[in-house]
Design a protein around this ligand. Structure first.
Ligand code: 5AD
Ligand code: SF4
Length: 478
């Protein structure tokens, strides 16, 4: 297939940061595209972080705004989009697998448009492979131009060629776009985009651009609107939410935002992800003062060893991390803390890994996402020497997981006998006649009921049993 290359990714350009202000674009649909989806269906596969889930909701809203209807079966859909993740190699492998299935389907249904977007196309080599080996893909776009989807699809229909538009710019901010939220009571709210931390293992600063914060007025208005529609819970999103506002050059930080959002009347506020270096006292104080800010925090530590933390460019030490969380435990004594940990970073020794295990014990984590280091092309760590055999890395991971799982169980056991408030999600997969939802501390809680009218409501549940992955309880009569 011939291709229309509007622009290709460049990791070198993506690395650049300038002091120039980014653009805030108010989404406005061009009349030329307003009916391009009439009579057609779409399906979006979403991989990776909550940021991608929010992006897919945005793309769904935009597509529905130009006439497309959501398909249930991707293989029968007229437009199929893969919203991808590039954080580790296994995330990418999954996507190559789905592309294999779509290739067969496209042979039978040549009019089906296959698009790929998100972090993977922002990488030079992934895009080269997409173009060279996956010739059936019609549309390749990145993370900075999702709002241009109607125009890009129109180009595919018009030119009948492969359309590639991946911008390696610092990015912009899009406001006022239509969004199709998957839930009517829980919502993602982006507060900032991009990342300027440049941890040496991480591809995100290259794929997502520089840190850009949304104006607080736009965020507060969005949350007030959600409250007016009956939403109960919001999760504030950003790669490093604690850096909120720094780029705006104003005297207003993430802590200030929490205080302001608490006043909107939303019942529950969560946020992710945090960087330990930027977690400040005002945010911790807000967690103590604001009733709506939930007593739960995901604070990635990555390693417990100071040399490894240094070469990861994390800019804090084991001791500084512990000092911060101990302060937070003082202010929020019932806090449920979770984290991310990487094992097998280039050069990590057994002794250094032991320092991670020590920190896990000291920090009283009640959960962790644990990963084996995955080299990402273009990042500094990918060039570091790494002599640890994969077998040894797997062994470290298994030892870490055993310890982390004790934390999961402890985090549930401490609620046995207590009444917790659960925001009900629906039927549970834990047996017939059971429903489930999440408590304030983000503990998955199952209880006996078949009353579907409880979905989206906050109910009281008395916890009777703790398991590693969830709690079981009884619905309290009010
Ligand atoms: N290899 C393994 N894990 C990684 N993460 C980010 N980049 C890599 C990588 N190259 C993990 C970090 C981060 C989480 C989202 O993914 O722990 O916090
Ligand atoms: Fe990646 Fe570090 Fe930014 Fe998180 S803070 S997105 S790990 S560079």
């Amino acid at each position: 297939m011939k291709s229309t290359k509007l622009s290709m990714p460049s990791l070198k350009d993506a690395r650049k940061r300038s002091k120039e202000a980014f653009e805030t674009i108010r989404y406005k649909l061009n009349d030329n595209y307003k009916n391009i989806g009439d009579g057609k269906t779409y399906y979006i596969y979403t991989y990776g972080c909550q940021g991608n889930e929010a992006d897919s909701e945005m793309m769904s809203g935009i597509l529905e705004g130009v006439g497309y209807k959501r398909a249930v079966d991707p293989m029968k859909s007229d437009v199929v989009i893969l919203n991808t993740c590039a954080i580790r190699d296994n995330a990418e492998q999954r996507i190559w697998g789905v592309l294999g299935q779509l290739k067969g389907r496209k042979r039978e249904k040549p009019n089906m448009v296959v698009g790929i977007c998100g972090c993977m196309p922002q990488e030079e080599n992934a895009t080269k492979k997409l173009i060279e080996s996956y010739n059936f893909i019609d549309l390749v776009f990145g993370t900075h131009n999702r709002h241009r989807l109607p125009e890009l699809l129109a180009k595919v229909y018009e030119t009948k060629t492969k359309v590639i538009e991946v911008l390696s710019s610092q990015g912009n901010i899009i406001e006022d776009y239509p969004t199709h939220r998957e839930s009517s009571y829980k919502a993602w709210v982006n507060i900032m985009f991009g990342c300027d931390e440049f941890c040496t293992y991480c591809i995100v600063p290259y794929t997502r651009g520089k840190e850009r914060s949304r104006a607080k007025e736009d965020i507060i208005a969005e949350v007030k609107n959600l409250v007016s529609k009956g939403y109960k819970e919001i999760t504030l999103l950003g790669q490093n939410v604690n850096a909120y506002g720094k780029d705006l050059g104003i005297d207003y930080t993430f802590g200030d935002l929490l205080y302001d959002l608490d006043k909107t009347g939303i019942e529950r506020i969560r946020y992710t992800t945090s960087h330990p270096r930027d977690l400040d006292l005002k945010t911790m104080q807000a967690m103590h003062d604001c009733k709506s800010v939930m007593p739960q925090l995901h604070l990635p530590v990555q390693s417990g060893d100071n040399r490894v933390l240094k070469i990861m460019n994390r800019k804090y030490t084991h001791e500084e991390y512990m000092e911060k969380i101990n302060k937070l435990y003082e202010l929020v004594p019932d806090l449920s803390l979770t984290t991310d940990i990487i094992v097998g970073f280039p050069g990590e020794t057994e002794e250094e890994f032991q320092h991670t295990l020590d920190l896990v014990k000291e920090a009283r984590f009640e959960g962790a996402f644990t990963f084996i280091y995955s080299p990402r092309e273009g990042t500094p760590a990918a060039k570091m020497e790494d002599h640890t055999p994969m077998e040894e890395k797997h062994d470290r991971l298994n030892r870490l997981i055993s310890l982390v799982n004790e934390g999961y169980l402890r985090g549930h056991e401490r609620f046995v006998g207590q009444v917790v408030e659960v925001l009900v999600d629906g039927e549970s997969k834990n047996g017939e006649g059971m429903m489930c939802g999440y408590s304030k501390h983000l503990k998955l809680t199952h209880f006996k009921s078949d009353d579907m009218s409880l979905v989206g409501k906050i109910v009281k549940v008395k916890v009777t049993e703790a398991k590693t992955w969830f709690m079981i309880g009884e619905l309290c009569e009010d």
